[in-house]
Write a protein that binds this ligand. Structure first.
Ligand code: ADE
Length: 247
């Protein structure tokens, strides 16, 4: 997969050199290119923002540098434009489902806004040429889109074939589709069997796969009820059995 990221702070993306995503890049699974938006300005101050029409606080990102930047990046393959993702707290929610959908794209461009956002005509213009999604990573306001893009690239990148060591581990995640869909993962343990007087639940040491699976599901249900009651209403009734309803 190819990813281009346009930002006035490309240095924000240093973490993409390390760990899982860094390795995926080294191995050629992920091809990430960072771009400095100011490279597409033409004044001595390399201006990217201006005051909002209609008044109000803050500044708005000017359309011209964005238009030139997006044209230049997309020009690498004029016949198949990239899907454009614009991080903004007023976008649609970023979910595991959207991460999975985006992980199937051959090419994504992330346009990181700062200040009060990007002049809306940029999004309208590109929406006539390609798929554009404005996406929010949560109900809070960050200083800009850069951290949101780090979050999205990591969530998308780990779903690419060959990135996770154990291909099964993504299927097990909280929010992954399947039998445990919309259930949070329960607690996990490793050796030693006793630490500071606390024992690992005996069932996990029993070697009884059926009972372990049932225990894990019970714990997942309990944790979901406690931490994310909103998710309980989204559970598919067909996937619930009598024992689930007791938990
Ligand atoms: N930019 C600022 N806050 C954001 C958020 N919550 N999600 C995505 N982009 C943002």
């Amino acid at each position: 997969m190819r990813i281009d990221i346009i930002s006035i702070f490309p240095e924000y993306f240093a973490p993409l050199d390390v760990s899982l995503i860094g390795k995926a890049r080294e191995r050629g699974i992920l091809d990430i290119t960072l771009h400095q938006l100011r490279d597409w300005t033409h004044d001595v101050h390399r201006t990217v923002d201006d005051s909002p029409y209609g008044g109000g606080p803050g500044m708005v990102m000017k359309p011209e540098p964005w238009g030139e930047a997006l044209d230049a990046v997309a020009a690498r393959s004029p016949s198949a434009p990239p899907r454009l993702v614009v991080p903004t707290p007023s976008g649609r929610p970023f979910t595991q489902e959207l991460a999975l959908e985006l992980s199937a794209e051959p090419w994504l461009v992330f346009a990181c806004g700062r200040y009060e956002g990007i002049d809306a005509r940029v999004i309208d213009e590109y929406a006539t040429r390609t798929r554009v999604d404005e996406v929010g990573i949560g109900d809070y306001v960050l200083a800009g889109g850069e951290v949101a893009v780090l979050v999205m690239v990591e969530a998308i990148g780990r779903l690419l074939p060959g990135v996770l060591g154990n291909e099964l581990s993504a299927a097990d995640d909280s929010f992954a589709p399947g039998a445990m869909r919309n259930l949070l993962e329960g607690p996990v343990y490793t050796k030693p069997p006793e630490w500071r007087g606390r024992r690992v639940p005996e069932i996990l040491l029993s070697g009884h796969h059926g009972k372990v699976a049932r225990w894990r599901r019970d714990e997942a249900l309990r944790r979901t009820v406690r931490n994310r009651p909103d998710l309980v209403t989204r559970l598919d009734p067909d996937t619930l059995d009598k024992r689930d309803r007791e938990v």
